[in-house]
Design a protein around this ligand. Structure first.
Ligand code: TMP
Ligand code: ASP
Length: 242
């Protein structure tokens, strides 16, 4: 294992920082303690949340890597940081839904909790000024951020990831309601599953009680921060049970 020398902060987002390192094909991703909702309008510090999300995302990406799906994740290097392959992020958020919730429930006025016979895939354009609008394949291709061929590959990957993760979480008594993923391209132009997978980016419901085990309580502001942190700890505890 070679030394990692952090060089420059290359990007700082709402919940993570990305550093360039001595190896130009790799980066260090640092998880901050911020928790945000409503496109950043609600933004708070939640002590140690970054440590929890780093560990949770590490466990999930390790599992996805083991299943043979190509991701940016290489290894966790400390409490808050991961070594990842450097990618150019495709500015699209891919949402996979197994059960109606969140924005789909609001947009279509359909009650949360209805199971979908087939997963629904959605695309959001990552653009802060436009507040990440909901778009379709044709818009994404028109915007020049992807191609139909690339979208086909991505849909194949997210369908695979969904099947793998649904089972992975169900074994831990967690229902994977929906989730969001992002993709990037490495120096060989290969598509790698990137970003993070955590209670920030997924909806998790307890298999028995249907309790929300994700960021939703924070989004709707019902819970105090401590309770939100307890939820993230509960997810980590369940992932650590084999
Ligand atoms: P939505 O129902 O609000 O569209 O969210 C669908 C899923 O995507 C949910 O699991 C939360 C996740 N998500 C993100 O990770 N980032 C975002 O900015 C949004 C809006 C949703
Ligand atoms: N887009 C939201 C934010 O501002 C994230 C979310 O609700 O998941 O952080």
């Amino acid at each position: 294992m070679s030394f990692i020398i952090k060089k420059n902060l290359s990007l700082e987002g709402k919940t993570k920082k990305i550093y360039t390192i001595n190896n130009p094909r790799e980066v260090v991703i640092h998880y901050k303690d911020s928790i945000t909702a409503l496109d950043g309008l609600k933004n708070q510090l939640l002590q140690d949340k970054g440590i929890l999300n780093n560990e949770i995302s590490t466990l999930i990406f390790k599992f996805i890597n083991l299943c043979g799906i190509k991701t940016h994740f290489i290894r966790k290097i400390n409490n808050r940081e991961q070594l990842c392959h450097k990618v150019n992020i495709i500015p699209l958020e891919f949402v996979v839904r197994n059960i109606v919730a969140g924005s789909m429930s609001k947009r279509l006025n359909i009650q949360e909790g209805i199971r979908l016979s087939n997963p629904i895939f959605e695309i959001f354009y990552k653009n802060d000024k436009l507040k990440d609008p909901f778009i379709n394949d044709h818009h994404a291709v028109f915007l020049g951020v992807t191609s139909y061929e690339e979208l086909n590959s991505i849909y194949r990957i997210i369908s695979n990831v969904n099947n793998i993760l649904k089972k992975y979480f169900l074994d831990k008594n967690i229902i994977l309601v929906d989730f969001k993923v992002e993709f990037g391209k490495n120096h060989k132009n290969e598509i790698l599953l990137s970003d993070e997978i955590s209670p920030d980016t997924c909806r998790f419901w307890d298999r028995k009680t249907m309790k929300k085990l994700d960021k939703d309580p924070f989004r709707i502001g019902l819970n105090e921060n401590e309770e939100v942190l307890d939820i993230y700890m509960e997810i980590l505890k369940r992932l650590n049970v084999r």
